[in-house]
Design a protein around this ligand. Sequence first.
Ligand code: CU
Length: 118
Amino acid sequence: MKVGTLIAVSAVLATAVACTSNKPPVPQAAGPVVEITIAHGTVTPTNATLTAKVNQPITLRVTSDADDELHVHSTPEHEFEVKPKADQEFSFSVGVPGSVAVELHHLDRTVATIQVQP
Ligand SMILES: [Cu+2]
């Protein structure tokens, strides 16, 4: 009897965990979205400027034809692996006001600079 109950509970927990792999819910105060395209060794945009608030979610939406690596030079730092596919979304927020560079490391370009305001 007890064993049967435990198994039932475990099954429910496993289902709940599996559900969390769905897309995260849309954040309340959505911040800026940066559309980034990498094609034939060129990235667009470069040196874009935008503003965001501290702790506001910022989204990078990337369409690429190559592997690359996005670095967000904030505190803390964020690092995202870019794959050769369309519409990859990376979200992060910045906890410290200041100027934050978003860099593409293989192509060695600054995609955007985000002015994070308190
Ligand atoms: Cu970097």
